[in-house]
Design a protein around this ligand. Structure first.
Ligand code: ADP
Ligand code: MG
Length: 200
């Protein structure tokens, strides 16, 4: 990924997250405290403000820097978790990464999120999108197939009962609503794929 593509990806992801502020807030109002949209908006606005410094770097260090910005600027549980995801992704990438390197780094980043949040698959969190999407990528899926997997995985959080994060306080009442962090992960993944496809 060249510097222009990196800039396009980070810009598009930030814009997409910010554009979905109200939707993410609405989801978090149902099973949380209603701040997920605002938390993510604040974090990605800070990433956009830092864009020149971030895109001056190679892809690994750039993602690490973006992750550090998210940790510092995003409140709630999602800030440290998304921050950890991007920092670990950046840390795990070699210089001039190829497709397989991205997939391997994504696995390392998911492990870091699991460790940070003491969470696993099936607990109605962002991991319930990240893990299945990594799986289809590792199986060789591309473009539309990956987007469909992300969307299906976010939908699949609706019938789950939350056993991690704020939504777990609701017990069975968390059933029947999409997890806000699963939806924000879907938005981020879909946007990355859209940009990479458009740039090819
Ligand atoms: P908070 O829950 O502190 O208000 P946010 O509303 O910004 O923070 O983010 C909530 C989202 O964070 C949830 O929808 C879920 O996807 C994710 N989340 C919460 N706790 C965990 C955890 N331990 N591991 C992974 N993801 C988590
Ligand atoms: Mg919240």
């Amino acid at each position: 990924m060249g510097p222009n593509t990196l800039k396009s990806v980070i810009e598009a992801v930030s814009d997409a997250v910010i554009a979905h502020t109200d939707e993410l807030t609405g989801l978090d109002q149902k099973i949380g405290d209603g701040d997920h949209g605002f938390n993510m908006k604040r974090g990605f606005e800070a990433v956009l403000a830092d864009l020149p410094a971030i895109t001056d770097l190679a892809v690994g260090p750039a993602l690490k820097k973006a992750g550090m910005t998210l940790v510092m600027k995003v409140g709630g549980a999602s800030g440290p978790l998304y921050g950890t995801l991007f920092m670990a992704l950046g840390d795990a990438l070699p210089e001039d990464p190829q497709r397989g390197d991205y997939v391997a780094a994504f696995a390392a980043a998911i492990d870091a999120v699991k460790a940070r949040g003491k969470a696993e698959a099936g607990q109605k969190t962002m991991l319930d999108v990240l893990i299945p999407v990594h799986q289809v990528l590792a199986d060789g899926a591309k473009g539309a197939a990956v987007r469909e997997a992300a969307s299906a995985a976010a939908q699949a959080t609706i019938p789950m009962q939350a056993t991690r994060g704020r939504a777990s306080f609701l017990g069975e009442r968390s059933i029947g609503h999409m997890d806000p962090g699963a939806r924000s992960s879907e938005i981020i993944i879909t946007t990355v794929l859209n940009v990479l496809e458009a740039e090819q």
